[in-house]
Design a binder for this molecule. Structure first.
Ligand SMILES: Nc1nc2c(ncn2[C@@H]2O[C@H](COP(=O)(O)OP(=O)(O)O)[C@@H](O)[C@H]2O)c(=O)[nH]1
Ligand SMILES: [Mg+2]
Length: 315
């Protein structure tokens, strides 16, 4: 009988859809446990076949509530769903986190929904390299849709667009000024924009403003794009507009597959993952070689940081 921690046993259980095994695998992968590399190698084989949604936007816009609604829609369509919630504010307060959990708690006991929050170490700026491995676990688990919720667009380290196939930018009528001031980056990163809380006053105006801003950014004689990011109005509270939003998300996935852009995006995602792997490992290896002797040489000005650095990298 295989040991409980045997990677092949764990891999087999994850592939069979075992949530407890997926939880364990996620912890190992995120913490870069010694067993993680063998796991990641296996899980990577199933990468890139299902749609990964990146739900981003300012805190309080209703991302978690909306995610709960989308989960319901996908479940009705017979799809299983995997959700990763990355919320930097939660690692500080703990409160927002609990809130996120509560908002999608109705799904917590559904065996077709796997929800995991990632607020562990290092998650200061939103997304980190750990997100890639985490997503691959959900892919291996066989989730039909994967949702990554994150505040902002995660541009501090890993861009949400290098993780997700479809970036959903969520804002609200109350964030009108925010739309005006929205950074060009945020405008470019979104594939589908959502004005949530459309049950509040100003929903129509916010949609019009957002459409205007999106059009304005590219009116200067640019050729029309193959996919023009649409703007949806939703109320995650009542469920209004969620079906329409769901259809837009499906349409974007179809567009990615039909146009070949999906493959391009996947290539970029994998390239970013590789870049982070190299960055971490080369850095770690070089740093491990720094010893007292080399620092003494530096102190005696027999060498300089760049020369020493090159030598350590080559060693
Ligand atoms: N009026 C209204 N409130 C909403 C709506 N969606 C979410 N909320 C509320 O907004 C607050 C923040 O929602 P949450 O989903 O946690 O936002 P997140 O920080 O973006 O994940 C909660 O109190 C929600 O109940 C909506 O469509 N309309
Ligand atoms: Mg949230």
């Amino acid at each position: 009988m295989p040991a409980k921690n045997d990677p092949s046993d764990l891999i087999r259980r994850v592939r069979k859809g075992d949530h407890a095994a997926a939880s364990r695998a996620l912890s190992l992968v995120v913490d870069e446990d010694a067993a993680a590399e063998a796991l990641s190698k296996e899980f990577f084989k199933s990468a890139g076949t299902v749609q990964k949604l990146g739900v981003c936007g300012p805190p309080g816009a209703g991302k978690s509530t909306l995610t709960g609604r989308l989960i319901s829609r996908y479940r009705k369509l017979g799809l299983t769903v995997g959700v990763l919630m990355v919320d930097p504010s939660s690692s500080l307060s703990g409160g927002a986190f609990l809130g996120d959990r509560l908002r999608i708690m109705e799904h917590a006991t559904d065996p077709g929904v796997f929800i995991r929050s990632l607020a562990s170490r290092g998650m200061v700026g939103g997304l980190t390299h750990a997100i890639f491995g985490a997503v691959h676990v959900l892919e291996a688990l066989g989730c039909g849709k994967i949702v990554v919720e994150t505040v902002g667009t995660g541009q501090d380290e890993v861009d949400i667009a290098s993780v997700a196939d479809t970036v959903v930018y969520v804002t609200t009528p109350a964030m009108g000024d925010e739309i005006q001031a929205m950074k060009a980056g945020a405008m470019e990163v979104g594939d589908v924009f959502v004005v949530n809380k459309a049950d509040l006053a100003g929903g129509d105006k916010a949609v019009a403003d957002l459409k205007g801003a999106l059009g304005l950014g590219r009116s200067a004689g640019q050729a029309p794009r193959a996919w023009e990011p649409p703007v949806a109005a939703t109320s995650a509270l009542t469920g209004a507009g969620v079906e329409e939003l769901g259809r837009l998300l499906d349409a974007h996935w179809e567009h990615l597959k039909a146009s070949g852009e999906g493959r391009e995006r996947l290539k970029r995602q994998h390239a970013t993952e590789l870049q982070f792997w190299i960055h971490r490992h080369v850095l770690r290896r070089a740093l491990e070689r720094v010893d007292g002797k080399s620092l003494d040489e530096l102190l005696a000005h027999k060498t300089d940081p760049a020369s020493l650095g090159r030598r350590l990298l080559k060693a």
